[in-house]
Design a protein. Sequence first.
Length: 94
Amino acid sequence: MRRIVELRVLENYRVWLRFDDGTAGEVEFAHKPHTGVYAPWRDYDFFRRARIDADGQLAWDDQLDFSADSLWLRVNRTQSDQGESERDRSTAHA
């Protein structure tokens, strides 16, 4: 099980995370509906209170948390997608 070891809350419902294996990157939450369990995020100050809990997960108070494993996958998928886009642009000019 992975753990988040560093967190920075960014603008526009984004966070930057570093994991215990050294992987780091941004995760964007703006697409969440801000209803139901995400309703507290209507208040951006609440979103800014993100923290790393005792289990190394991303959490907001005791109301909402995301597993480090799922966020690690999102960071790696984003980095992989960006790498593919860069490769596509470079091969298009070849």
